[in-house]
Design a protein around this ligand. Structure first.
Ligand SMILES: NC(=O)c1ncn([C@@H]2O[C@H](COP(=O)(O)O)[C@@H](O)[C@H]2O)c1NC=O
Length: 510
């Protein structure tokens, strides 16, 4: 008996050629309406699915292949006599190849004007059912969901007259990945419609963007997966204009830089090292801003990542090119700027719109599970600011406190930051005690700390950080407040002439 292939595809790319090649290998073709039409128009003989099912294609295509004549033909084990006997009894012919790709659900819901009904109509039912039947029975059935695999199947048929089991297994695994991804998109869409935040099971799905040379260290394997609906302003969608592929560490650092820069509206430059800001500056122009970010810590910026929120012009490019940077991120680069920066072979240039995307769900793996939380998008509400000390604050101090508070959110806990004149001057990050971070920040700032402000991501458990601030020359502090020993810190500030503002909001970052 000649072999049979059931072809039912939404994406008709390469299908005529495939059908011809299968026919050349002695395979009979069965197809659904639209696919049949395309193949027949090329002069190839096709049996309609209704002739197999003895049932018309009905309900606007909702029921075409959902029939025992199809599924028994796919699921029968060829070395199981009972199965073969039952096929004969029911007049069912086995199907040996399934070539199916699905209604474009993802494309449909990506459209701005998509209606709920459009989305529902693009949920394929018959296609995944055939794919799953065939993939379950891959011992006997070859199943192809991706047009990119047509050629491999045809080549093995030509060479060996059959498809080897290893390839059938590989294709079956791909099918289950594909249907799981497809279902995850549908589940995500419908779950979002009903607004359920943390359902009893969580189906996350990602698409491979690139395999990476290695992970955080050369002995770790790694890859970069992107979300199916990542915003254009996300790192995974950045347009790389120059330089070699990003590494695992580059991606993490670039993402940190991008998330910091998005918090600023005025011309701003952010320099990042090891997922912490080492210099942030704002200015009247991007050149001013970068000059400040650079001067904040000219040592740490070496080999760092810089994000900017205005078009990079020739002046800024000239300054950027004078130091060794791994990556520059900006909304745009002028031609002249590109001409300067692309002279540096090893620098990566990423173009990405600097705008807030929808709040993200942050996912972090822990042993045996994942933690999911909202991204920390808290923006300071001026009405929450409470001056808890006696001294009046100057306008300049207020500006620096607001600036420092924006940056501290992005520094790893325990985080202490010193800032002056729209520029970070000392960053103490990731220490196990707060006063340790304060000392690091003060040491880095040196004399510049005189008259500076301090921000802290969480409350002061005791007054020692105030003392450290005073020793450095800090004049005003912003912190959440909320310690049972707040009074100690407040008294110490008053005693030392330091002004202190409570925000009521904590910004831990681990
Ligand atoms: N309902 C069914 O029985 C059914 N069987 C196959 N399909 C899908 O119909 C599409 C192909 O349709 P056509 O050959 O008519 O262009 C494929 O994407 C296939 O996955 C179906 N459609 C949706 O569920």
């Amino acid at each position: 008996m000649p072999k049979r292939a059931l072809i039912s595809v939404s994406d008709k790319t390469g299908v005529v050629d495939l059908a011809q090649q299968l026919v050349n290998q002695g395979v009979d073709i069965v197809s659904t309406g639209g696919t049949k039409k395309v193949i027949e128009e090329a002069g190839i003989h096709v049996t309609g699915i209704s002739d197999v099912t003895g049932f018309p294609e009905i309900l606007d295509g909702r029921v075409k292949t959902l029939h025992p004549n199809v599924h028994a033909g796919l699921l029968a084990e060829r070395d199981e006599e009972k199965h073969l006997k039952q096929l004969v009894e029911q007049g069912v012919t086995p199907i040996d190849f399934v070539i199916v790709n699905l209604y474009p659900f993802k494309e449909a819901i990506s459209k701005d004007e998509v209606t709920f009904n459009d989305a529902i109509e693009n949920i394929d039912i018959g296609g995944p059912t055939m794919l799953r039947s065939a993939a379950k029975n891959h011992q006997d059935v070859t199943v192809v969901v991706d047009p990119a695999d047509y050629e491999r199947v045809v080549n093995s048929l030509k060479q060996d007259g059959e498809v080897p089991l290893e390839l059938k297994q590989e294709l079956a695994a791909k099918v289950f990945r594909h249907t799981a991804h497809y279902d995850a998109l549908i589940a995500g869409f419908l779950t979002e419609q009903v607004g359920e935040r943390f359902p009893e099971t969580k189906t996350m799905t990602y698409e491979r963007k690139q395999t990476l040379r290695y992970g955080e260290n050369p002995h770790q394997q790694a890859a970069f997966y992107q979300e199916p609906f990542a915003a254009p302003s996300s790192l995974s969608q950045a347009n790389q204009l120059h330089g070699k592929a990003l590494s695992y560490n580059n991606i993490q650092d670039a993402d940190t830089a991008l998330s910091i820069i998005k918090d600023f509206d005025e011309p701003t430059a952010v320099a990042v090292k090891h997922m912490n800001p080492c210099g942030v500056g704002i200015g009247n122009t991007l050149f001013d801003a970068f000059t400040r970010a650079y001067a904040a810590d000219p040592v740490s910026i070496f080999g760092g990542i810089v994000a900017l929120n205005r078009v990079v012009d020739v002046d800024v490019a000239g300054k950027l090119s004078s130091i060794f940077l791994e990556i520059i991120i900006a909304p745009q680069f002028t031609e002249e700027a590109l001409a300067i920066l692309t002279k540096k072979k090893n620098i990566r240039l990423l173009e990405v719109p600097i705008e807030m995307n929808e709040p993200l769900e942050q996912v972090r793996s822990v042993s045996g599970g994942v933690l999911i939380q909202d991204e920390d998008r808290h923006v300071l509400d001026e009405t929450d600011l409470k001056v808890v000390t006696d001294r009046e604050l100057t306008e300049a101090e207020w500006n620096d406190l607001r600036f420092a508070w924006k940056v501290i959110k992005h520094v790893k806990s325990n985080a202490i930051l010193l800032a002056k004149d729209s520029q970070t001057i000392g960053v103490g990050a990731g220490q196990m005690n707060r006063v340790g971070s304060a000392k690091i920040a003060a040491e880095q700032a040196g004399d510049k700390a005189k008259g500076a402000v301090m921000a802290s991501d969480a409350f002061f458990p005791m007054s020692d950080t105030v003392e450290a601030a005073h020793e450095a020359g800090v004049r005003a502090i912003i912190q959440p407040g909320g310690s049972i020993r707040d009074d100690d810190s407040i008294h110490k500030c008053n005693e030392l002439g330091i002004a202190m503002v409570f925000t009521g909001v904590r910004h831990f970052k681990h």
